[in-house]
Ligand binder design. Structure first.
Ligand code: XMP
Length: 554
């Protein structure tokens, strides 16, 4: 069956359903721009919209754009202009995706993309969408192109290739290709299998390859050329400018309202609280719930940094007994998580009730959480663990959310933390799960086991830091297993706990690999734990990646 559709019969699958000719005129700049809805007030100085067509690499595009110091957000291809207008975008990037443009129902760009007259960069499928909607032709390739290819420029004058060599290695991953350029476009580069590997018409550029992946070594230069030379941006989005804008926004959102924030000791809630504090000062009260499941010294440190140094309104709640009481006899991992999450909400509500009228809850939600929950809503993926965080609070307490980190990646949060003057030790802290040490103690959680694990955890941390490995590991910690083993110390038989050491590398915790720790570091950790922690007589190292394992043991 011939899947190709002639340009004349092709209509754009959008609500406005404009004819292709209208797009062509818009693209050529002949047609007067349709009036766009009024912009939302909170415009960014420089921002780019990434239209997501379902590529595996959409997040990577966002990361790379941010690395060029340009703020960007990913929106679904169904997003309305109203959704993005508030950003005051200065350019549009269309991602790759698994579909074929000529198939019925294939996702296409919404009308506003072309009406806005903004510069557009189409990547892979995004380029095919451009070609298809603007009157060119896309067909299945005779030869699919996956992996490395060498790109050759036709004429070295396109701004997208500014200061780049005539030929460069690129990463391809496509089955379809452009066989006819849309009117007004010219082919800017080719590869052995793709005669039209890059096309352009003024500020509209299509790339058949993926500039966002590491396999395209000069991909960042190409993206930077698009942002700075084609869109004319300055690349002025820095941690400092983020902080200034976030503070401004929080002030506008919160007004005279009162805000509470749950501090966990982790970097996300710390940065969120610090931003809100900078914005509205005394209107913020932070609540730190000491659930008795923290690492050694943790509660003290939180009180020190936030209460004493930053002079934040801090309610330090000692709820150790409440949590340990409810955990008594609980051995099932999911039940532990449920009990801890539930008790957290109760304690938090009790404390908040004492404060009287509260209007907002500040949370350290990050961009990956937002993206993940968007994806999770649409997928039927199996639930592996119930993550305990403050997600259950707003519904229970009828509070409006303040989420200043909602569009940041973890490392950007760290940069913002440094810009806010938070101590490096806090900013570069490894993630620590909400249910704390309870999910690193297999079986029932008792005060005694917590003490044992705290001592082991301290040694692991100490040695990892001494070996200068702390920052390159995603997490490193000890797990108190439910197993006991026989040993010999001096002339005596011992029968003690088995402790597992876990150290992983990861980008985002979605996948992880066990860290190849140097043997001498492992040896020191093992010998110190067995010598310094009386209840433990054996140490093992966890060599399971994720998947199939998870990072935490429960
Ligand atoms: P898993 O064990 O699912 O963990 O591979 C992935 C990442 O999430 C952290 N983690 C949690 N964080 N509440 C949190 O805030 C939780 O309930 C929770 N459980 C796991 C874990 O430490 C790792 O970084």
């Amino acid at each position: 069956m011939d899947k190709e559709v002639s340009p004349a019969s092709r209509r754009i699958a959008t609500s406005d359903d404009l004819e292709v000719s209208t797009y062509l005129e818009i693209a050529k700049g002949k047609k007067g721009q349709q009036p766009l809805p009024e912009e939302a007030p909170q415009a960014r100085e420089e921002a780019v919209v990434i239209i997501d067509f379902g590529s595996q690499y959409s997040h990577l595009i966002a990361r790379r754009v941010r690395e060029c110091h340009v703020y960007c957000e990913i929106v679904p291809y169904t997003a309305s202009w109203e959704r993005v207008a508030g950003m005051n975008p200065k350019g549009i990037i269309m991602s790759g995706g698994p579909a074929s443009v000529y198939e019925p129902g294939a996702p296409l760009a919404p009308v506003w993309v072309y009406q806005s007259k903004l510069p557009i960069l189409g990547i892979c499928y995004g380029m095919q969408v451009l070609a298809h909607q603007l009157g060119g032709k896309v067909s299945p390739s005779v030869k699919r192109e996956y992996g490395h290819a060498v790109l050759h420029q036709n004429k070295a004058d396109a701004p997208i290739f500014s200061e780049l060599p005539h030929s460069l290695p690129v990463w391809m991953s496509h089955g379809d290709q452009i066989t006819e350029l849309p009117p007004g476009f010219r082919a800017l580069a080719y590869t052995e299998s793709s005669p039209i590997a890059v096309m352009g018409n003024g500020a509209i550029v299509g790339l058949q390859f993926h500039p966002e992946v590491a396999h395209t070594p000069q991909g960042m230069d190409i993206l930077r050329n698009f942002l700075l030379r084609v869109c004319g941006l300055n690349g002025s989005w820095t941690p400092q400018s983020f902080v200034a804008q976030a503070v401004q926004r929080i002030r506008e959102q919160v007004g005279e309202g009162r805000v509470i924030c749950a501090l966990s000791g982790g970097v996300d809630s710390a940065v969120a609280a610090t931003l809100v504090h900078r914005a509205v000062g005394e209107q913020l009260t932070c609540i730190f719930v000491d659930n008795g499941l923290m690492r050694r010294d943790e509660p003290h440190r939180v009180a020190e940094v936030f209460g004493r140094n930053m002079r934040l309104n801090l309610l330090h709640v000692n709820a150790q007994e409440r949590f340990l009481g409810r955990l008594r006899g609980v051995t099932d991992p999911e039940e532990k998580r449920r009990v801890i999450g539930d008790e957290f909400i109760r304690v938090f509500e009790d404390e908040a009730a004492e404060l009287g009228q509260v209007d907002f809850l500040a949370q350290g939600t990050l961009y990956p959480d937002v993206i993940e929950s968007q994806t999770a809503e649409n997928s039927a993926s199996a639930k592996i663990k119930t993550h305990h965080n403050v997600g259950g609070l707003p519904a229970a307490m009828h509070l409006k959310l303040v989420e200043p980190l909602r569009y940041l990646f973890k490392d950007e949060v760290r940069d913002a933390g440094l810009a806010l003057g938070l101590p490096e030790e806090m900013v570069y802290r490894q993630p620590f799960p909400g249910p704390g040490l309870a999910i690193r103690i297999l079986g029932e959680v008792t005060q005694e086991k917590l003490e044992t694990l705290r001592a082991c955890d301290w040694i692991v941390m100490d040695e990892i830091k001494a070996a200068n490995l702390y920052r390159e590991l995603w997490q490193s910690f000890a797990v108190l297993t439910d197993a006991r083993s026989v040993g010999v110390m001096g002339d005596y038989r011992t029968y003690g706990h088995v402790v597992a050491v876990r150290a992983v590398t990861s980008q985002d915790a979605m996948t992880a690999d066990w860290a190849r720790l140097p043997y001498d570091v492992l040896a020191r950790i093992s010998s110190r734990i067995v010598n310094e922690v009386a209840q433990v007589n054996r140490v093992v190292y966890d060599i399971t990646s994720k998947p199939p394992g998870t990072i935490e043991w429960e």
